[in-house]
Write a protein that binds this ligand. Structure first.
Ligand code: 5GP
Length: 120
């Protein structure tokens, strides 16, 4: 994937419901939907509705601390809803070398199978 250009991404269209997605959790700040190319039986993408400069975690500033916490807490709530609280993984890919492809900060919640470490 290319580095961040600051441009709108496909996730803005998902937030605006201009393209369909399977939403599994939503509140005023956070949206969670099933990944279109799942890497595990449960694979949910969790994003801030307002990107506000958070193209990637490496761009985070102190004003983002609250939304960062909300994203992580949403991951726990989705894990509970999906029945994977006993075992799951949360991933953030950052930048080209981190395999990030969409430059709107997102958490991957993965579960429903045995994970391996290191991930590679
Ligand atoms: P990244 O590689 O940036 O960490 O993850 C982006 C994720 O978004 C990928 O796992 C990819 O499958 C997912 N994704 C990209 N476009 C869409 C889409 O249009 N709909 C959904 N549901 N997921 C998408």
């Amino acid at each position: 994937a290319n580095a961040d250009s600051g441009a709108p991404t496909i996730f803005d269209k998902i937030i605006a419901k201009e393209i369909p997605s399977t939403i599994v959790y939503e509140d005023d700040k956070v949206l969670a939907f099933r990944d279109i190319n799942p890497q595990a039986p449960v694979h949910v993408v969790i994003i801030p509705k307002n990107r506000d400069g958070l193209t990637e975690l490496g761009k985070a500033e102190s004003r983002h601390v609250e939304i960062l916490g909300q994203l992580l807490y949403a991951a726990k709530k989705v894990a509970e809803k999906e029945g994977i609280l006993h075992g799951f993984r949360v991933v953030i890919n950052n930048g080209p070398e981190g395999c990030q492809s969409v430059y709107h900060l997102h958490l991957h919640l993965l579960g429903g199978r045995q994970m391996k470490w290191p991930p590679g």
